[in-house]
Design a protein around this ligand. Structure first.
Ligand code: GAR
Length: 196
């Protein structure tokens, strides 16, 4: 499908738990005119997440929803969905969102929630993917951008990049190289998914 130059910019809500370097790669690509989109809201769930300051620097509202304040994953996702709705969000990008999502969120954004994961899925889903790859002794690590489904890190794959594991790699050195690839493929995969 060819992009429609007259389409309104897609409204992307970003969910992030930590540093926010992938958020910044995405907003930079939008600012550079590579993706026809806007990010009206960033939701974060850890009070000290650096993503909040990054969002502030870009003039984007950052809303803290602390999952520890909720009785269930569903109640938390309900508030996430409500908050996204207030900002007219059409697509979600999970840029380091370290929460398992529920049907509450998936049903509201069917095939419209995108996640980035630091492994070549379906290898090494779940937490500590970089450490899992090093422990397994594989020689190629990488990252995956995929659509989110209820099963953790298992939805349809949009894009992947491979990163060789070097003999002296620690989880930190490997993650740093994986992140360079994440920053390259996340904007491209988002553009592919939203079609503009
Ligand atoms: C990224 O490496 C992302 O792939 C990972 O968290 C990091 C966030 O970095 N996500 C997961 O592990 C999700 N299962 P960032 O905060 O600098 O974007």
């Amino acid at each position: 499908m060819l992009p429609n130059p007259n389409a309104a910019p897609a409204k992307i809500g970003v969910l992030a738990s930590g540093n926010g370097s992938n958020f910044e790669a995405l907003i930079q690509a939008i600012a550079d005119g590579l993706i026809r989109a806007e990010i009206p809201i960033v939701i974060y769930n850890n009070p000290d997440a650096a993503v909040a300051a990054r969002a502030q620097r870009w003039g984007i509202p950052a809303v803290l929803l602390d999952h520890r304040q909720y009785q269930s994953r569903e109640a938390f996702d309900f508030d996430v969905v409500q908050t996204l709705a207030q900002y007219g969000v059409e697509w979600i990008v999970m840029a380091g969102w370290m929460r398992r999502v529920t049907k509450v969120l998936i049903d509201r954004f069917p095939h419209k929630a995108i996640n980035i994961h630091p492994s070549l899925l379906p290898s090494f889903p779940g937490i500590r993917a970089i450490e899992q790859a090093i422990a397994a002794g594989v020689k190629i690590a990488g990252c995956t951008v995929h659509l989110v489904t209820l099963e953790v890190d298992a939805g349809p794959i949009l894009m992947q990049a491979a990163v060789p594991i070097l003999p002296d790699d620690t989880s930190e050195t490997l993650h740093a190289r994986v992140q360079l690839q994440e920053h390259a493929i996340l904007p491209r995969a988002v553009k592919l998914a939203i079609g503009q």
